[in-house]
Design a protein around this ligand. Sequence first.
Ligand code: FES
Length: 359
Amino acid sequence: MAAAARARFHRLPVRAVDRLTDDAVALTFAVPEELREAFRHAPGQHLALRRSVDGTEVRRTYSICSAVPAGEPPRELRVGVRLVDGGAFSTYAHKEIAVGDEVEVMTPAGRFTLDPAPGHYAAVVGGSGITPVLSIASTLLAREPGARFCLVRSDRTTASTMFLEEVADLKDRYPDRFQLVTVVSREEQQAGLASGRLDKERLAALLPALLPVGEVAGWFLCGPFGLVQGAERALRGLGVRRERVHEEIFHVDDGPVPARPAPAAAPAHSTVTAQLDGRAGTWPVQDGESLLEAVLRNRSDAPYACKGGVCGTCRAFLVQGSVRMDRNFALEPEETEAGYVLACQSHPTTEKVELDFDR
Ligand code: FES
């Protein structure tokens, strides 16, 4: 398998800061000509942004919301940023970032993506989970005249709903091919809007009424853990094949961490060998630390963004040995079966572990 292009940070100038709601902004970065190829991306991918706060490096990932132009690499990139209480990066994005500032931006990553093709596609999203799906839907509809997209979105209130105008624009542009259902959880029913929560039971009843569930080529579930899990279970109950369902979790803390097997005994001493950007090294793994931490102590260029098992930036191929992962919200079952792990969640269960970040 060819070595994957490794994620790298570049300084990109901010071209626009647009307020989406009281607690959400969209940041648009200009991509200089010489970096356009490096920032080529698929609809649904995300960017990690980096800054230093009181001497500590802070990284956060935000999904790209812009449509992906056919064929040519991007001239600009737009991400949605929702303000998180006490959030080190989101507060900066809301209160300080101005047009002309430069921000350190990692090249795009993520496998919650769509390769545009004719057919019927659908998404169930909650809150800021609309961000990657906006890119997926707008790219698909613009590029594939034979494609249809059904979006089921939920939010707390209409006022807190991100990208209202952009989604309304899709409805205007593609009235026959774009279907929208909006559910608000904290508002009385309004004209055309359903209220309440989108849980498994509700989705199991709603989805077959909206579209031919068995004919949908790809399902995109994105948002808080509880919503994605409910949607996934509803689809399973409706007989949808697992490989047609793509998931991306935002806000893991909103939901319970899935049960995992009891940890296997950790060896007293273990080492990790890591192949990174064509160079390899072997280092000890200290008690309790993740493989990513062990590698980072020696190779500060090891890829990561969330360190929470969500973004998938730290994905590596397990060449030798075995590991246990604390949690995994990023890798598909096919990827773990093929031997990929999340370095930020992995702890060695054998004395020697070898990872390849280049595969
Ligand atoms: S850094 Fe995000 S999953 Fe490991």
